[in-house]
Design a protein around this ligand. Structure first.
Ligand code: ATP
Ligand code: MG
Length: 416
């Protein structure tokens, strides 16, 4: 059990002293009650942040003021971080940001949390404190808002996405009907949130071990279209096959690949999506490479694949291959052609994994030296010789390419 961890025991002992009270809160309690691994341990306390810092310092424990304004101090013990947050209650909210006040009221702190399964505490001896009737929901794996669902969503619209994310992670059966209805009614409010919060939450949802069911319910509630209109005429049917393939081939689940499985490979639309949700440059680039990579032909030769790798990079092509492989696997049970194609995709995927981009042996200086005047023509000539070199499967070496360059410059044997 997580509360026998000596570092955690020390932190709890330190804070449950001289009139202070502290309990493990939120995700750590939820996961341990569900028998799932606990990632990080958050602690709630009646002590003010300054008092937490003071006590930590006196005990020689490192205290980092990670979010003093929200009441959070991170204590680091034996290399493990513990986020300690002073009890809070909501003062006011505009649906995007809540103004909070520190307090000493456990009930108020529990009630400002989103879901019943996320609002349990565990005292220093491991006793679970349930102020929102969360234990039965843990037992039945019901994802349920605390209090009135619509009111809780009006306080913070991101809770719509959290509802589906936690359903994807921990829910069983159907989502709570009242919560689902409230999310459907409030879907338009998602557009008021900052893109960063929406994307970060969407990514977590897509990263769940199996987001398939949650995505279906999101689509049904109209929430999926509100966040990702690109999925509308495309669909989420590819998700189960992708999850199966991930398991079968041991691929690390990748939220971006899962996103690619449910949106059309259209560079322009994906560019707009990346802007709208403020994807990182790296994420946007991966989606763009994927969309610009060509479909994998059923009998693609390895040499032809190397040329594609050179032109489109391994990232976009591996997305193409993985999605093609997943769908071929799904069809393959009854279709020998699909099975053969799946085999090809697997080989090409392995090839893409170890591929290193060959260096083109010529550069601009060579073109200038061959007598082309400085200007846009230099790049054009270089690009066309590079294209020829790629078409020839990178076989020509520098000496041969220099001869070819001379031919081109003299107009003896122009490029096609
Ligand atoms: P994990 O970190 O494993 O994804 P978690 O439960 O720790 O799950 P966090 O997003 O880290 O989730 O939030 C910690 C706790 O803070 C939650 O368990 C919940 O009680 C509360 N919380 C977080 N975000 C909100 C929110 N938007 N509205 C209400 N409560 C929230
Ligand atoms: Mg957490």
């Amino acid at each position: 059990a997580w509360f026998t961890d000596p570092a955690l025991v020390s932190v709890l002992a330190l804070l449950n002293d001289e009139g202070g009270e502290a309990r493990v809160a939120g995700g750590a309690v939820r996961n341990s009650l569900m028998g799932l691994p606990v990632a990080d341990v958050d602690i709630a306390t009646t002590l003010r942040p300054e008092a937490v810092v003071e006590r930590a310092k006196a005990a020689g424990i490192k205290a980092v003021p990670t979010g003093i304004a929200h009441g959070t101090v991170t204590l680091v013990l034996e290399g493990k971080p513990f986020e300690v947050t002073t009890l809070r209650r909501d003062v006011s909210t505009d649906g995007r940001h809540a103004e909070v006040a520190f307090g000493t009221d456990w009930q108020a702190d529990a009630e400002r949390r989103d879901l019943t399964i996320n609002a349990l505490y565990a005292g220093k001896d491991g006793t679970v404190v349930d102020l929102v009737n969360g234990l039965p929901d843990i037992e039945s794996r019901t994802v349920r808002f605390i209090g009135d669902a619509s009111a809780r969503i009006a306080e913070d619209h991101l809770r719509i996405l959290r509802f589906f994310r936690f359903f994807a992670l921990y829910g069983s059966g159907r989502p709570d009907a009242e919560g689902l209805k409230a999310c459907a009614r409030a879907k338009e409010t998602l557009s008021k949130l900052s893109a960063e919060r929406v994307w970060s939450e969407t990514k977590k949802l897509l990263a769940a071990p199996d987001p398939g069911r949650a995505l279906l319910w999101m689509r049904q509630a109209g929430v999926l279209t509100a966040v990702l209109p690109e999925t509308e005429k495309w669909g989420i049917d590819a998700i189960p096959g992708l999850i199966e393939a991930e398991k079968a081939f041991g691929w690390t689940p990748d939220p971006l690949l899962r996103l690619a499985a449910i949106v059309p490979p259209d560079r322009e639309r994906l560019g707009l999506l990346s802007e709208r949700l403020r994807l990182s440059k790296a994420e946007a680039a991966v989606l763009d490479h994927w969309a610009s990579a060509p479909q994998i032909a059923p009998k693609l030769a390895e040499t032809a694949f190397d040329r594609l790798l050179y032109r489109h990079g391994p990232q976009g092509l591996s997305f193409r291959l993985k999605l093609a492989l997943a769908s071929a696997r799904t069809r393959g049970l009854a279709d020998p052609d699909a099975l053969a194609f799946a085999g090809l995709c697997q080989r090409l995927l392995a090839r893409a994994g170890k591929w290193q981009k060959p260096a083109f042996p010529l550069n601009g200086a060579d073109v200038l030296a061959a007598g082309v005047p400085a200007g846009p023509k230099v790049g054009a000539v270089l690009g066309r010789i590079e294209e020829e070199w790629v078409t020839g499967n990178f076989r020509d070496e520098r000496a041969r390419l220099l001869v070819r360059l001379e031919e081109v410059v003299k107009g003896e044997r122009p490029l096609p």
